[in-house]
Design a protein around this ligand. Structure first.
Ligand SMILES: Cc1cc2nc3c(=O)[nH]c(=O)nc-3n(C[C@H](O)[C@H](O)[C@H](O)COP(=O)(O)O)c2cc1C
Length: 187
């Protein structure tokens, strides 16, 4: 099973990274055959905003030469995408928004159609609902399969798992993936 985990926060060991690592731990405990989870922290990569050149409408790929292609390919090749964003003014981070807009190049031929995805949004106090809504709209435009959305809340860096409800929500989201996890005789 191939997963790509996309972190949309610049904070190392922050709440978004902590939650995506918690997902990895839960999946690893299931001892899934050929389990691979590739982490991309897109704030450490170069993913420029869409220029609306519309060349992708003819070419079906983005002409901007940066790290977008690497992340896009991984999303296409993975069985599950786990995407996390910190809540910035009740919405996704600029890094995640840039990634969303660049996937216009994948949208024309519906290259993400049916792709399984889990969304994570972490906030200090409020705004995760609207953030998840932004993420949902993007996924629905691509006709993706949203398996779960998980919200985390903490005013302290990396302390998001101190909330038992968040830990439970992660476990529930992993359980919701049951149908896409390859089966062995043991599981
Ligand atoms: C520019 C900026 C805007 C923010 N806006 C909000 C907000 O609207 N609501 C909120 O509850 N927290 C807000 N926060 C706090 C972060 O969402 C919160 O600390 C989050 O857990 C950070 O995740 P990270 O540790 O993965 O970076 C904001 C933080 C920054 C830097």
């Amino acid at each position: 099973m191939k997963i790509v985990s996309i972190i949309g926060s610049h904070r190392k060991n922050g709440n978004t990274e902590t939650m995506l690592k918690a997902f990895d731990k839960e999946f690893k405990a299931l001892e899934i055959p050929d389990y691979k989870n590739k982490f991309y922290n897109i704030s450490e990569m170069n993913i420029y905003p869409c220029r609306s050149c519309l060349k992708c409408m003819r070419k079906n790929n983005c002409v901007i030469e940066d790290d977008f292609g690497k992340v896009a390919l991984k999303m296409i090749q993975s069985d599950l995408i786990i995407m996390g964003s910190p809540v910035y003014f009740s919405d996704v981070s600029a890094q995640i928004k840039a990634l969303f807009d660049r996937t216009y190049s994948l949208w024309h031929k519906k290259m993400l159609k049916g792709k399984n995805i889990i969304f994570v949004a972490t906030c200090a106090e409020y705004g995760s609902g609207h953030t998840i809504d932004t993420m949902r709209h993007w996924a629905l435009d691509h006709e993706m399969n949203i398996i779960a959305t998980v919200e985390g809340k903490s005013e302290k860096k990396g302390k998001v798992l101190e909330n038992e409800m968040t830990v439970k929500a992660i476990a529930d989201a992993v359980r919701a993936c049951d149908g896409i996890i390859p089966k062995t005789e043991e599981n």
